[in-house]
Design a protein around this ligand. Structure first.
Ligand code: KG4
Ligand code: ZN
Length: 344
């Protein structure tokens, strides 16, 4: 089973070919960072138009570079949600049409299932069952994973997702979009002991998250520092605030992961989604899991953020399990992961 995957849910056009026997054969990505940078965030209409421009040339180039004929493909997978509706429609309509013209089945993939299964592309894949911590720009979720399509949501974000909190805090620190990695870079020069930020919702039971308060805390800290430093806080002060913010997010995520591991008795943890590229977060999670006598698994850095490989992999597993789709498509800007049982 050889599957072409297409990802267009947000600001990245990703395509890849996964083969059940041979593994990942090829992948390519076009990032829209430069396109949205001037606006300080993703502009949905510009995202859709850019996907329209890039997706077919990128697929053509992927096949040519890998020396793979379209005739050797057995299936096609595209992201059909959650995400920006216009952006999703590009991947869905192009994917469905290509599958029809090539006479192969197509399958709709949940973007977060893609993230969750991304560590399966690594040499050392996590064994089922595992606890997955999904940390992206739109989601912060803890999921108990028994197998493909068998997901139980244990915890969710009540307001801003972890990545969103990184991006918004980065913006108020004066950092360019995309803020998460920029904030992490600035935090490297920060002093962790100068400020202490709260660890939201860790003082009560439960596995839900709330990160919007941290952004407000950062804003207040920044305004106080501006005043104290005669109008504009120094770069060092901003680095100290970035470090304290990062420390609070990392600590909060680690506490909640430990709680999920202890409650479930499952000692395998998977962390995926854009924020899982964060170096300090990985170090903390590794440390915590080794203390718990378990192990943590991550995708390689380039597959933490959006990509086509994770969609090709998830789609391949669903096609192998017998899932098939009629000759129509729809996209779901909002979509619960608990609604993912295989539909054969
Ligand atoms: O998974 P992803 O590429 O897209 C969504 O599905 O949302 O995640 C993007 C998010 C952004 O909020 C970005 O700032 C964040 O992941 N991110 C990071 C890092 N790299 C990406 N946040 C913190 N530290 C990083 N190194
Ligand atoms: Zn994503």
């Amino acid at each position: 089973m050889r599957v072409l995957g297409i990802e267009t849910s947000c600001d990245e056009t990703g395509v890849a070919i996964f083969d059940a026997g041979e593994g990942l054969l090829a992948h390519a990505l076009h990032s829209q960072v430069e396109l949205h940078a001037a606006y300080g965030g993703v502009v949905p209409e510009l995202a859709s138009r850019d996907h329209v421009r890039k997706v077919l040339p990128l697929i053509r180039q992927l096949l040519a570079d890998a020396g793979i004929q379209a005739a050797s493909l057995d299936g096609l997978a595209y992201t059909s949600g959650p995400g920006l509706v216009g952006a999703l429609l590009v991947g869905a309509s192009v994917g469905r049409s290509l599958a029809w013209s090539w006479g192969i089945p197509a399958v709709a993939v949940h973007h977060m299932e893609g993230h969750l299964l991304a560590p399966m592309l690594e040499h050392e894949a996590p064994p089922f069952p595992f606890i997955a911590m999904l940390v992206s720009g739109g989601h912060t979720q803890l999921v108990e994973v028994e197998g493909i399509g068998r997901y139980q949501l244990l915890g969710d974000s009540l307001d801003d997702a972890a990545g969103e909190a990184f991006d918004k805090t980065a913006k108020l620190l004066g950092l360019p979009y995309p803020g998460g990695p920029e904030l992490a870079r600035l935090a490297e020069q920060g002093d962790a002991s100068r400020y202490r930020f709260p660890r939201p919702m860790t003082d009560r039971p439960g596995l839900d998250f709330s990160f919007s308060g941290l952004k407000t805390f950062a804003l207040n800290t920044m305004q106080d520092a501006d005043k104290q430093e005669g109008g504009t806080a120094s770069r060092q002060t901003r680095a100290d605030i970035a470090r304290a913010f990062e420390e609070a997010v990392v600590d909060t995520l680690s506490i909640k992961c430990r709680r999920a591991v202890r409650q479930s008795g499952i000692k395998t943890l998977v962390m995926a989604g854009g924020v899982s590229a964060n170096r300090r977060l990985r170090l903390r999670i590794d440390e915590m899991m080794s203390k718990e006598g378990g192990a943590a698994y991550y995708p390689r850095s380039e597959f933490c953020t959006d990509n086509g490989a994770m969609i090709a992999y998830a789609g391949c597993q669903r096609l192998l399990a017998g899932e098939a789709e009629a000759l129509r498509f729809s996209v779901q800007p909002r979509w619960s992961m608990e609604d993912l049982a295989i539909r054969a």
